[in-house]
Design a protein around this ligand. Structure first.
Ligand SMILES: *[C@@H]1O[C@H](CO)[C@@H](O)[C@H](O)[C@H]1NC(C)=O
Length: 277
């Protein structure tokens, strides 16, 4: 059922001209098809307004030092990384625009929030995924973590997470007041590094290198979590939601499923551990 939904959305929305080197695999035929679709999608003035709504290229990000070695580029930060990185990486003091950061491959900071609900009957969890809009500069149209966002220069990671959660998930009023800052703080699990290169028709080549603070938050509700519980404030950022069972999600991430934004082995292992699957 889920797979059918995925295939339909891919056809309706076109796809990314995405070429990840981080475990993502797509056949060249598919990339060719998606390039054509993306070109068609990027042709009108209305679309160019949508791209501006999907991200602001002039946003400013703090720049962080690169991890100690390349072996640390897709890994979880631990105490052995030293005081500059653990428990939290320290910024260099340099600030740059989003558009430049993704061209130059500077290390910056983002937050990832996974929302899940226990599925006790099946000894599993159900996990909320968002579908990225066709207008995003990285990974357009792909399924991803429930909610994610860059941390703007000088901003606090917890405040950013509260704000992104409302912006990306709470357009129907369902998030406001549901979680406290302390809830979010308690759901903070680990920080991973992620170095990904790709290309989109609209934005060209990008290099995205991030320290990602990962939050894993239990959905506060008695009723089963449904994708219509969530709505973005701006459809230009998020085009929809899916709910997937945890074991299936982990399996798909490990196989480098072409529909999911790829994650490193260490990230997937840590996620599986928290979900207990
Ligand atoms: C978040 O939690 C940590 C402990 O894990 C604590 O040291 C810190 O003060 C908390 N921050 C806030 C804003 O509550």
């Amino acid at each position: 059922m889920l797979l059918q939904n995925i295939l339909i959305s891919r056809l309706l929305l076109g796809g990314s001209a995405f070429t990840a080197r981080n475990g993502g695999r797509q056949s060249s035929r598919l990339i060719h098809h998606q390039n054509k679709m993306a070109m068609n999608a990027a042709s009108s003035d209305e679309d160019s307004g949508n791209y501006k709504l999907a991200q602001d290229p002039s946003e400013l990000f703090d720049i962080y030092p690169a991890p100690p070695t390349k072996a640390h580029f897709n890994a979880i930060i631990g105490p052995d990384w030293g005081d500059d990185f653990f428990p939290a990486p320290q910024p260099t003091g340099k600030v740059k625009k989003r558009s430049q950061v993704h061209k130059d491959g500077d290390w910056h900071r983002s937050m990832h929030l996974w929302i899940y609900q226990s599925d006790l009957a099946n000894d599993n969890v159900r996990v909320l995924l968002q579908r990225r809009s066709p207008y995003k500069d990285t990974h357009p149209n792909m399924l991803d973590v429930s909610c994610a966002g860059h941390v703007n220069a000088g901003d606090d990671i917890l405040e950013t997470t509260m704000r992104e959660m409302e912006e990306e998930l709470g357009g129907n009023g369902n998030i406001k007041g549901r979680y406290s800052l302390e809830d979010v703080n308690n759901s903070r699990m680990f920080t991973v590094t992620s170095a990904i290169e790709g290309e989109t028709e609209k934005h060209g080549k990008y290099i995205c290198r991030e320290y990602q603070d990962v939050f894993i938050l239990k959905w506060k509700a008695d009723a089963p979590m449904e994708s219509h519980d969530f709505a973005p404030m701006a459809k230009e950022e998020v085009s929809g939601f899916d709910i997937i069972d945890g074991q299936e999600l982990i399996l798909k991430l490990r196989k480098g499923d072409e529909e999911l934004v790829p994650r490193s082995g260490q990230y997937i292992d840590a996620l599986a551990k928290v979900f207990g699957c």
